[in-house]
Design a protein around this ligand. Structure first.
Ligand code: TYM
Length: 331
């Protein structure tokens, strides 16, 4: 089997949380050794689909770049770039909109959730968001898209868009597969474990940030909502404890069943501090490395510029073919 072409994108919010880390970032790091190439994009164009501040956007973009590097992405082994540097994404978005069904966009649950939260303007960009996401991936003919569970519907839509394009204009685009981790695909808020962890939709105390100090992490796990009972075991009736077991398992690199065995007979009082410590061990080195990398903005910029150049070379080839197939340019 040939090596996969790995592609994923992440929003430049800077406040990356444990859900992003477990559901996505750790898969990127693993993917960079399998992907040929592995491509990771910080999606600043997506960020403008909701209210934002231009000065902040730039800062958060560097924050996110530094977090990804601190987590282990290596510009020698992957392509890391800023979405807005590669204009092919925006052009392809328009071209793909010709084979995107309005009804499909209307069914996107993320659009429904996010549009309900907008106070002033529900932008057309928010509605078009999944088409831009499709063009991110399809421009590189990626075969594999590592994401958390909340992006499943968006990846299904891009598969549909690629299929429809190929049917209409001839085999051009690759229909990508998603790669969703078996454990940790949906990390839940520690305070409201029926909601996913999120910096926009979750609770402050229930959201563990990648850059949180050990003290803050201990406090958040210490006050994590658990369930009645005291058994450390997974179950639909125990969303809080199930979430903590999954987090502990991923942080320690073991199976959830092993966590259950290890804590058999122990109560929540022993378990919660153990989870906190394993998360501190997981995120501590990332926070330290981040502190070293973030101040050197020129170095971050050089990495992004180098990545954009490589990305552009690939995307331009796809665009030339797409344009030709669609009837643009000289005969
Ligand atoms: P974003 O920036 O919201 O999230 C980045 C990644 O983190 C995953 N994730 C989670 N995983 C587990 N538990 C959670 N609570 C959790 N919250 C977030 C997300 O699934 C995602 O993989 N639309 C995308 C960015 C994007 C993209 C792309 C992704 C733009 N273009 C092309 C893949 C391919 C987003 O907003 O991710």
């Amino acid at each position: 089997m040939s090596a996969p072409i790995v592609f994923s994108g992440i929003q430049p919010t800077g406040r990356k949380h444990l859900g992003n880390f477990i559901g996505a970032i750790r898969q990127y790091v693993e993917g960079q050794d399998r992907g040929e190439p592995a491509i990771f994009c910080i999606v600043d164009l997506h960020a403008i689909s909701v209210a934002y501040d231009p000065v902040e956007l730039r800062e958060r973009l560097y924050d996110t770049t530094a977090i990804l590097l601190a987590a282990g992405l290596d510009p020698e082994r992957c392509i890391l770039f800023r979405q807005s540097d590669v204009r092919e994404h925006t052009e392809l978005t328009w071209l793909l909109s010709a084979v995107t069904s309005h009804g499909d966009l209307n069914r996107m649950t993320q659009f429904k959730d996010k549009s309900a939260k907008q106070r002033e303007l529900v932008s057309a960009a928010l509605f078009f968001y999944p088409v831009l996401m499709a063009s991110d991936v399809l421009a590189y003919r990626a075969t594999e898209v590592p994401v958390g569970d909340d992006q499943r519907q968006h990846v299904e839509l891009m598969r549909e868009i690629a299929r429809r394009f190929n049917e209409r204009f001839g085999e051009t685009l690759i229909v990508p597969e998603y790669r969703i981790p078996e454990v940790g695909a949906r990390i839940m808020d520690l305070q409201e474990p029926e909601r996913k962890m999120s910096t926009t939709g979750g609770t402050e105390a229930g959201t563990v940030l990648v850059l949180d100090e050990p003290g803050a992490i201990r406090k958040k796990f210490g006050s994590a909502v658990t369930d009645s009972g005291r058994e450390v075991r997974r179950g639909d009736d125990k969303p809080g404890i199930t979430n903590l077991i999954d987090i502990h398992a991923v942080a320690r690199g073991i199976d959830p069943a092993e966590v259950e065995r290890e804590f058999e007979g122990a109560g929540y009082g022993d378990f919660k501090p153990a989870v906190a410590e394993s998360v501190i061990e997981l995120l501590g080195p990332v926070r330290e490395r981040y502190a070293e990398l973030r101040p050197d903005q020129a170095a971050l910029e050089a990495i992004l510029a180098g990545g954009a150049e490589k990305a552009r070379a690939i995307a331009a080839g796809t665009l030339a073919e797409v344009r030709g197939r669609m009837g643009f340019g000289p005969a």
